[in-house]
Design a protein around this ligand. Sequence first.
Ligand code: AOS
Ligand code: ZN
Ligand code: ZN
Ligand code: ZN
Length: 427
Amino acid sequence: MNIEKNQIAQHNDTLISKHQQKLNYLKSEWSHIDLESVIKKLVDFQIAIPSWALGTGGTRFGRFATAGGEPTNLEQKIEDVGLLHALNNSSGAISLHIPWDIPQNHEQIKSLAAGYGLKFDAVNSNTFQDQPGAPVSYKFGSLQHVNKAVRKQAIEHNIEVIKQGVALGSESLTVWLADGSCFPGQLNFRTAFENTLSSLQEIYSALPANWKMFVEYKAFEPNFYSTTVGDWGQSLLYANKLGKQAYTLVDLGHHLPNANIEQIVSLLLMEGKLGGFHFNDSKYGDDDLTTGSIKPYQLFLIFNELVEGMDAKGMDHATGLGWMIDASHNVKDPLEDLLQSIEAIMIAYAQALLVDRKALVKAQENNDVVACQEILQHTFRSDLRAIVAEARLRAGAALAPLNLYRDLACRKTLITQRGSNTVATGL
Ligand code: AOS
Ligand code: ZN
Ligand code: ZN
Ligand code: ZN
């Protein structure tokens, strides 16, 4: 389903006067800030949508395909991301997962995506499931495996994923490994690390010169005793040993409870080793809930470090890091959920852009702890939604994307087009 320009224009017309009121208020409230440059940054900021988040997710207890009309092939996934991008102009990329997505005709897929203004972000490999007909099993790991034949199969798969990505114009590979162990004694940690490193080295040497490799870490699950890329320290070890093109990827849900993710982000960025994000939110572990639904203050604090650190290094916010969502759950229309996640990310980014950096530095130098907190919470507690909406308006997108999605009954149209009993591929 496509959204026409005039549908967006009509929708914006009904909301414009209220919007102008709110925006004017913000302009007077923040008159000491160059809001134009903030809006420009918001227009440029794009967040990649993972192909696996477009269908209703599941748990190991079952899957309720409540939404219907879910995409069943890559073309339809691209169409769905195109729909999101038309609504908010902030989701101009898709992140594929091989082999859940198998591009057949790359040129056709590329031009389909380009038609929606979409790029291909990081490609994701999968060595956490056995594929039908695979000669060897990943039951006891992939790149870490004690058996060389298993490592070889996993390496070759990753190289194949790079090739697929090259054909689509992707420029990064995300490697997330389920490798680890469930019981003490099951693994020799050092051997597992060394096997993983040498496997990653082989994959790394197949990277084109303009590519990045993202090494994603995760504290636990599916392995519950040890994970071979278990935290940012281990990921950073691999990334440093691999070389300039390797970076750490931070998935917000992959930490032990109460981890100070903003500090991790700040130091990785300082080291030039922060590659990008998988945004989501969680209460307990890798819940993969809607970004900003549980801990919006943490999300803001992360963006606060990002803006400060990227500016210190003179990095371009939009292109300096890989911005991706990684979400999967059971109870929402996945497209509505993604609109909510993107809105939360844009708000946190806007809040971080408005932090009074000079005043903060001064307060830090004076150890004025109260002022430090006031400065951060002043922007966090300000309602900046009209600034984010203004960025959308200027880019030809909708003032209120979720409302327009509902007003146009997009899900109903998708069900009419694709049927109600669709099951998207993926987790
Ligand atoms: C798994 O927990 C990770 O978050 C990965 O990013 C994974 O590849 C992704 O969820 C797709 O399965
Ligand atoms: Zn992830
Ligand atoms: Zn996650
Ligand atoms: Zn995860």
